[in-house]
Write a protein that binds this ligand. Structure first.
Ligand code: HEM
Length: 392
């Protein structure tokens, strides 16, 4: 009896050492080779797959249709910081589980919301490289992974898009900064700020003018309250375009008005739900365009971060190059472009470098899968950027 208890304890200890106890969609960043191998034995290793082809029919059409009804969330299903992907999952354009392959995401954002193919590839493979599982080829659009056993050693990441600091970042429209609270759930206080601003400058709707003021207010709030506020690459780029996405993708394709009803906006952001009879836009879009330019140019922004010391002080306009002067705290990031001169290439370089940091020395199937997905990530930027090979 005593021996059998001892044996059981030993067996459990061995399981702790060798079993990685991850979900199939968890990131493998930070794991040792033994742990990666143990994980590989516990799952079906799929590895990287080729990028899917672009969709053929990009016309305006009904997407809240009989085949894609909204359904409430069931326990265990993942939702996260992106209202676009959340909504596609809650309508079945993505697996309702919220766990998907990169190819499923690329195809769903085109089919469900008419995102341009190239942009869909860029965003999806960037996110997949830093938050997905290269062996199972799965990414959670949401939550921190529920580890079922011993946690992977640092610097391993919990999986999914809610992971702070690799893709998900600060000063989001409706989600708190990670340092200040819940970075992935809808935040009513923040949404009320959008409502107030839209009533003030958007005539009661969310339009480009409202987007510009929402962006600035969220930026100021993070400078003032988040000692670790980070607003350089990639966040300096994604933060602007995300404020425009609702105008570009959540306005019904039959409308000629580039402004979004606030009830419709709430349903997308809070409930992951399209309005009844919702038609996707009639032409593919990357989201970039005059609205994004307007949001970026409405205020003076500098890519940078709070360095955590001192207090931030705002000087009223007109003050020097920016009316925000962060004393001893918000400092410009001189390296925000990395080695690049092109913004898109600097984003590409940033995500490649983050992948290298997450996987200092990948071996075997893991290395093969990472390299293939790095190739996939390079496809949409290949006409502008030089390819980087972190794992030659
Ligand atoms: C047409 C497709 C998409 C739309 C309309 C969309 C829309 C948005 C919007 C509006 C936000 C900002 C939410 C907020 O600040 O409260 C956001 C955030 C985010 N999206 Fe998407 N998105 C789309 C596609 C994607 C794709 C393909 C990915 C990656 C696979 C992605 C990943 C994210 C992440 C990680 C965030 C959090 C960023 C942050 O605010 O910190 N999105 N998305």
């Amino acid at each position: 009896m005593f021996l059998s208890i001892q044996f059981t304890v030993l067996a459990l200890q061995l399981v702790n050492v060798f079993a990685v106890a991850l979900n199939p969609y968890d990131s493998l960043a930070g794991l040792t080779r033994d742990e990666v191998d143990a994980f590989a034995r516990s799952v079906k290793v799929v590895g990287a797959q080729p990028v899917p082809p672009p969709i053929e029919d990009t016309s305006m059409k009904l997407v809240n249709d009989a085949a894609h009804p909204w359904m409430p969330l069931l326990p265990g299903q993942q939702r996260g910081p992106c209202p676009g992907l959340n909504t596609l999952a809650s309508h079945g354009w993505l697996p309702r589980s919220g766990v998907a392959t990169p190819a499923q995401i690329v195809t769903a954002v085109q089919n469900g919301l008419n995102m341009e193919y190239r942009r869909a590839l860029e965003v999806t493979y960037a996110a997949f490289l830093v938050n997905g599982n290269p062996l199972t080829n799965l990414l959670s659009i949401g939550g921190l992974s529920r580890l079922t056993g011993s946690a992977p050693p640092t610097p391993a990441l919990a999986s999914g898009l809610s992971t702070h600091g690799t893709f998900e970042g600060d000063a989001s429209m409706t989600r708190s900064d990670a340092a200040l609270g819940d970075n992935h759930s809808f935040n009513e206080t923040l949404f009320q700020q959008i409502v107030d601003i839209s009533n003030k400058v958007g005539g009661g709707k969310y339009n480009a003018s409202a987007a510009a003021e929402v962006r600035f207010q969220r930026f100021q709030d993070s400078v003032m309250r988040n000692p670790g506020f980070f607003f350089s690459t990639p966040r300096f780029d994604t933060a602007f375009i995300e404020t425009v996405f609702p105008i570009v993708f959540f306005v019904d394709g039959r409308s000629t008005d580039a402004s979004l009803d606030l009830h419709v906006m709430r349903d997308f952001f809070q409930n992951s739900r399209m309005p009844p009879d919702f038609h996707r836009r009639g032409t593919p879009s990357s989201g970039s365009g005059p609205e994004e330019d307007m949001v970026m140019n409405a205020h003076d922004y500098v890519p940078g971060f709070n360095n955590g010391s001192g207090t931030c002080v705002f000087l009223p306009p007109p003050a020097s190059s920016s009316h925000l002067v962060a004393v001893n705290s918000f400092v410009a990031d001189p390296n925000f472009m990395g080695t690049q001169t092109d913004v898109l290439c600097s984003l590409y370089e940033k995500f490649v470098n983050t992948t290298r940091e997450l996987y200092p020395s990948p071996q075997g199937d893991l290395r093969v899968a990472l390299n293939k997905n790095l190739d996939n990530f390079f496809i949409p930027v290949s006409s502008r950027c030089a390819q980087i090979f972190p794992f030659p």
